[in-house]
Design a binder for this molecule. Structure first.
Ligand code: OAD
Length: 235
């Protein structure tokens, strides 16, 4: 399949863990997925953090180290090229690994937060981008800093969801890549895009529970499909 970006006014690229799979970052569900190897109840919820902040921070420090061993792939680069060749591209991602930004994407909405930020519940968010945390306590109140990630049982940041929904409900092309689509609000995105008459394309080697919402499916991995998907010739 070929997409001609010049035919669209506003494009949204919506990504999940499958986007980073060929970089070497494990997905969450399915064989070898993070939630098969680790119990989220022990590592990815506020209750776990309150019980064992050091253990939870150590788990996320290991994830940071693992991500730093990985590099963006040709699919990430194709999205950067799309941004460079089209005036309105928004990347909405569920990924917390920062891979789109490392590849050079500029307009990225991170629905589930970032591995590269820490947060004090009272004094806000700090960037912390190294392999090791520069600190794990707030320098104002001395309390533990938690990863600025949307964990299980957390609410999403409403302002971030609003920005994502505004982009999605006004786009005329939605390209969804590597998500099982089961986590809210992801499941509603193709519906919101279609209400605006957008063309919705799913890139995923596997069919998902949400596949029926997309009019076109490309059953290929992201790094194989994306570099050949966009044609910048004017029709
Ligand atoms: P999942 O692990 O649920 O789904 C990954 C999807 O990527 C699956 O549908 C795979 O078929 C597909 N996939 C695998 N390899 C691929 C490849 N090379 N190219 C394209 N697709 C591929 O991940 P998400 O849908 O992102 O939340 O999960 C959503 C959220 O659930 C995550 O953000 C995470 C998790 O709990 C938080 O951590 C807050």
């Amino acid at each position: 399949m070929t997409l001609y970006p010049a035919e669209y006014t506003r494009i949204v690229v919506f990504t999940g863990a499958g986007m980073s799979a060929e970089s070497g970052v494990p997905t969450y569900r399915g064989r070898g997925g993070t939630w098969e190897r680790y119990q989220w109840e022990e590592y990815a919820c506020q209750e776990a953090f309150e019980r064992d902040p050091e253990g939870v921070l150590r788990f996320h420090a290991l994830r940071r180290q693992a991500v730093l061993q990985c590099k963006p792939h040709a699919g990430h680069e194709a999205i950067v090229q799309l941004e460079k060749n089209h005036g309105s591209v928004t990347v909405v991602t569920q990924n917390i690994d920062g891979m789109h930004q490392r590849a050079g994407s500029r307009n990225v909405i991170e629905l589930h937060g970032s591995l590269w930020r820490l947060r004090c519940p009272d004094h806000g968010v700090i960037d912390d981008v190294g392999e090791r945390y520069t600190t794990d306590h707030c320098d104002r109140c001395g309390g533990w800093l938690r990863p600025d990630i949307v964990w299980f049982c957390d609410n999403l940041d409403e302002a971030v969801v609003d920005r994502a929904l505004t982009a999605i409900s006004s786009c005329d092309l939605l390209v969804s890549i590597g998500t099982s689509g089961v986590v809210w609000p992801a499941a509603g995105f193709p519906v919101a895009a279609r209400e605006n008459g957008a063309q919705c394309v799913e890139i995923n080697p596997e069919e998902t529970d949400m596949s029926y919402l997309y009019e076109t499916a490309i059953r290929e991995p992201a790094a194989l499909c994306l570099p050949n998907l966009f044609d910048y010739k004017l029709l």
